[in-house]
Design a protein around this ligand. Structure first.
Ligand SMILES: *Cc1c(COP(=O)(O)O)cnc(C)c1O
Length: 333
C-alpha cells in the first residue's frame, strides 16, 4: 500500500494492459478522409447506444460541448444553463469565444434543472430587440454539485417544457454512464430527451482521451466541419477510438464499484452516503487546503473545492482495498 492513492479525479485513470493491447492492434486509416474503420465503428456504436443518427469523435469533452451547443445556438443568441455547469465555468469561455453566444444561468444546489427559474429566464424570439433563447443545457451527472443525478422524470418534464416554447436541449453527459449505472435507466432513454449530447470516454470509463458529440446526421455533419475548422481533425485516430470501444465493453457496468467505493469514503468523512449518488464525494472541511496537504503526506491525493470543501472521485485505478485504506487515512486526519 506504499503507492499513492489518487482520488483527485476520474480523469487520472491510466489505460489498462488490456486496453493498451486493444489500442495496439486497432485497424486504422485517415479519419479526415473518413477512412478510419475503428473511429467509424466507435461513432456508430455510440450513436446507436443513445438512439441518435450519428456521432463524432473529439479529443476533449469541452470541444464536444462547444460543437454540440453551436449546432443549436448561433452568434448573438443564448443558451441557458445551471450556474456551476461545466459549460459555464470550466471551458474557459469557449462558447463565447468561438460561437459568439451568450449564457444566462439558474442556480440549483444539486445542479438540476429548475423549471420555474428556466421559464422566467426563457426569452422568445422578439425580432431585433432582445437576445433569443435557443437552447437549454443540462449536465448529468453534475460535476461541481458532486456527481448528482438529474432524474429521467425531470429531464422528460424539461423536454416537454422546451417543446412547448420551441427551444432545443443539450445534455453535457460527460458522466451520463454513471447516471445510467446508478439508476438503471437505459442510455437511449437519456438520449431520447435531448437534441444533442456530449459524452466522455476519458472519465470513469478509463480511456486516455476521447469524447463524442451525438445527434442528428445534420448536426454531426456540421460538427465535423467545425471540428476541422478548429484544428481538431485527426488522422489515424483508431488507436484512440479502440480504447473507447474497449471501455464500452469492459468499463461501464463496473462503475457500480466506484459508486460503492464513494459510499465508503463518504462514511469515513462523515458525509451522508444518501447524498452521494455516483462516484464523487464532496465534504465540508473548514481549512480545505491544509486537509488536502495532510492527506497528501499520508499518500492520499484529493482536491480542494474553494476554501472550505474537498472533493474525492472514485475510479477504476482505485480498488476496494485502496479505498478502504484511503478511508482509514482520511478518517484519522
Ligand atoms: C470533464 C468534463 C467535461 C469535459 O472535459 P475535458 O477535460 O474537456 O475533456 C465536460 N463536462 C463535464 C461535466 C466534465 O466533468
Amino acid at each position: 500500500m506504499a503507492d499513492v492513492i489518487d482520488l483527485r479525479s476520474d480523469t487520472v485513470t491510466r489505460p489498462t494492459e488490456a486496453m493498451r493491447a486493444a489500442m495496439a492492434c486497432a485497424e486504422v486509416g485517415d479519419d479526415v478522409y473518413g477512412e478510419d474503420p475503428t473511429a467509424r465503428l466507435l461513432e456508430e456504436r455510440i450513436a446507436e447506444l443513445f438512439g441518435h443518427e450519428a456521432a463524432l469523435f473529439t479529443p476533449t469533452g469541452s470541444l464536444a460541448n462547444v460543437l454540440a451547443v453551436r449546432t443549436l445556438v448561433g452568434v448573438g443568441e443564448e443558451v441557458l444553463c445551471e450556474s456551476s455547469a461545466h459549460v459555464a465555468r470550466a471551458e474557459l469561455g469557449a462558447h463565447a469565444a468561438i460561437t459568439g453566444l451568450t449564457m444566462r444561468t439558474w442556480t440549483h444546489p444539486a445542479g438540476r434543472p429548475d423549471l420555474e427559474a428556466i421559464a422566467s429566464l426563457f426569452a422568445p424570439d422578439l425580432g431585433p430587440f432582445f437576445v433569443p433563447t435557443r437552447a437549454i443545457a443540462v449536465e448529468n451527472t453534475h460535476n461541481f454539485a458532486g456527481g448528482t443525478i438529474t432524474p429521467i422524470e425531470e429531464l422528460r418534464a424539461l423536454r416537454a417544457y422546451a417543446d412547448s416554447v420551441g427551444c432545443a436541449l443539450h445534455l453535457d453527459g460527460a458522466r451520463i454512464w454513471n447516471a445510467h449505472v446508478a439508476t438503471g435507466v437505459p442510455l437511449a432513454e437519456w438520449g431520447a430527451q435531448v437534441d444533442v449530447l456530449a459524452v466522455c470516454l476519458s472519465k470513469g470509463l478509463g480511456a486516455p482521451i476521447g469524447s463524442l458529440v451525438v445527434g442528428s446526421q445534420a448536426a454531426i455533419d456540421e460538427s465535423r466541419v467545425w471540428r476541422k475548422r478548429l484544428g481538431a481533425g485527426m488522422r489515424q485516430v483508431g488507436v484512440l477510438a479502440a480504447a473507447g470501444l474497449h471501455a464500452l465493453d469492459h468499463h461501464v457496468d463496473r462503475l457500480a464499484d466506484d459508486h460503492a467505493n464513494a459510499h465508503l469514503l463518504a462514511e469515513a468523512l462523515g458525509v451522508d452516503p444518501a447524498g452521494v449518488a455516483t462516484n464523487i464525494v464532496v465534504a465540508s472541511r473548514p481549512d480545505a487546503a491544509s486537509y488536502v496537504a495532510r492527506a497528501r503526506e499520508e499518500g492520499v491525493l484529493i482536491s480542494a473545492l474553494g476554501t472550505n470543501r474537498v472533493r474525492l472521485v472514485t475510479h477504476l485505478d482505485v480498488d476496494r482495498a485502496a479505498t478502504e485504506h484511503a478511508a482509514a487515512v482520511l478518517a484519522s486526519l
